[in-house]
Design a protein. Structure first.
Length: 478
């Protein structure tokens, strides 16, 4: 009997992602790179040869979560010193060496503009047993071009297993942000605003369509500020990108997040109206309903301007669903200013709002200029009150949809435990309407990735519940 070669054990990567869609996409690209190096994914920390945390620094809470996770895995490193531990993303760029001081068992620290170097740094950390760090330049550290170059991203290595589902994917159209809202850390950790060339974005969209992707979400911190100047002097805007991606066979739904109120131009609204594959859904954060607070936040618009933009949006796209973000308890926000925010939410009838308690971020203008003078208990109460105002609107608007038929892209099995009376709980599926409303219904799993017509029979503030009518596409925004 001849000796069989023992198959080499494939190295395993454990990765946890905190934060926004941009981070999910970054993790997809990192995993693709690591796969090229022979790694496969594991969700068992104890099996991993490399443990990565792709981090967020928008609020303190997100950072605290990572430092406690690092504390928990210290034992693994003590037991298996050969495991490589990496802190990637925004917190890596913000805290840099501090991470090694607070958690010396971390091996590599890599900012969001340096992720292409991850495999090389893993190898170096292993070979040299020395901390490895790769971060981009600070916003004041050199010329704008050199800073921007230090945040440049790498090729579109893609990894289908890291996507929300096999037929949904993100494409980054812009990097960084130049708005410098006073509360926000993003411009310093993600660098200067840079729009990627349209040709590169279209090539990525075609590649994704070839891989079976049907729904593409274009990502940018202020995605509607997208502007790329061509060598011939012409400019490409987000509306041009939507138009071109719309022509790609196989792509059936296109979304874009997040929008900045001042850059909601008529050509973009018209494109959303004219292009049936584009979701009639616009996420455009207001942040506050009080002009004094907006001024301190340096949002560069007033409530009146925001509401005019909203009216223009709804006049151009009558069925549009709009969602928003709000920060409660920002420096100097008193009861009267908070009430103005509640009033704005009640007037605007958003599809939903993401509500956050202000979290001071070191290095931001607000942190150095204004005291964090709203007590935590008040922030909590305002958060609850604003959420209650928004929830009442969601419920009212959802109940009006009972009896209507909506078109849904089936995303997968519902994780929700919510059960309606008379349902037997077999294969509860979840999907979203063209306006990004969540719908739960019973259906066969083979419908995942398909468009179905669902008749709405019941509703909560978050979810519509319904019954599948026919499994074929008609265009009715909902
Ligand atoms: N670029 C997007 C925009 O301008 O709308 C959003 C970026 S940020 C990652 C997402 C949301 O986090 C913001 O819209 C804001 O509501 C919230 N946020 C940002 N900084 C914050 C802070 N220091 N404290 C609490 N919430 C914050
Ligand atoms: Fe942050 Fe404002 Fe830029 Fe959004 S627009 S990423 S909130 S600085």
């Amino acid at each position: 009997m001849t000796d069989q070669p023992t198959p080499e054990r494939r190295k395993k990567l454990y990765i946890e992602t905190v934060g926004c869609q941009m981070n999910l996409l970054d993790s997809e690209l990192v995993v693709a790179k690591m796969r090229n190096e022979g790694y496969e994914l594991t969700d068992d920390l104890n099996q991993a040869d490399a443990i990565f945390y792709n981090t967020c620094s928008v609020r303190q809470h997100a950072e605290d979560k990572i430092y406690s996770a690092l504390g928990r895995i210290k034992r693994i490193k003590e037991r298996k010193p050969e495991v490589t531990i990496g802190v990637l993303g925004c917190m890596a760029q913000k805290d840099q060496d501090t991470i090694f001081r607070r958690a010396p068992h971390v091996d590599i620290v890599v900012g969001p503009g340096q992720l292409a170097k991850v495999p090389e740094l893993v190898e170096k950390a292993r070979a040299e047993s020395v901390h490895q760090i790769a971060v981009s330049r600070a916003r004041t550290d050199g010329s704008i071009d050199s800073i921007a170059a230090s945040f440049e991203n790498y090729d579109a290595d893609r990894e289908p297993s890291m996507r929300p589902s096999p037929f949904q994917a993100f494409i980054r159209v812009m990097m960084g942000c130049d708005k410098f809202c006073t509360y926000c850390i993003v411009p310093s950790v993600r660098g200067p605003e840079q729009s990627r060339p349209p040709g590169v974005i279209l090539a990525e969209a075609r590649l994704l369509a070839d891989q079976g992707v049907k729904e593409i979400t274009l990502l940018g911190q202020t995605v509607n500020s997208y502007q790329h100047r061509q060598p011939d002097g012409r400019s490409s805007r987000l509306s041009d990108l939507l138009d071109q991606i719309h022509d790609i066979a196989g792509i059936e739904r296109i979304k874009f997040i997040t929008n900045f109120p001042n850059d909601m131009t008529d050509d973009l609204l018209q494109a959303v109206h004219d292009l049936p594959k584009v979701s009639r859904y616009i996420h455009v954060p207001a942040q506050s309903g009080c002009d004094q607070v907006l001024k301190r936040m340096k949002r560069m618009y007033t409530t009146a301007f925001y509401e005019e933009m909203l009216a223009r949006t709804r006049a151009t796209i009558p069925d549009v669903a709009v969602s928003s973000d709000f920060i409660v308890g920002f420096c100097g926000e008193n009861e009267a200013s908070f009430q103005r925010t509640v009033d704005l939410v009640e007037r605007s009838r958003f599809k939903n709002s993401f509500i956050f308690k202000y979290s001071p971020r070191e290095g931001t203008k607000a942190d150095s200029l204004y005291p964090d003078d709203v007590p935590e208990s008040v922030k909590k109460r305002r958060n609850k009150e604003l959420l209650a105002a928004q929830t009442a609107i969601c419920l009212e608007d959802h109940q009006k949809m009972i009896g209507r038929t909506v078109e849904v892209l089936v995303e997968g099995q519902s994780r929700s435990t919510a059960r309606r009376e008379g349902w037997h709980g077999i294969s509860q599926m979840v999907g979203r309407t063209n306006c990004d409303r969540i719908v739960v219904f019973e259906a066969n799993e083979r419908l995942i990735g398909q468009f179905v017509q669902v008749r709405v029979e019941d509703a909560s503030a978050v979810t519509l519940f319904g019954r599948v009518e026919i499994a074929e596409r008609i265009a009715t925004p909902a």
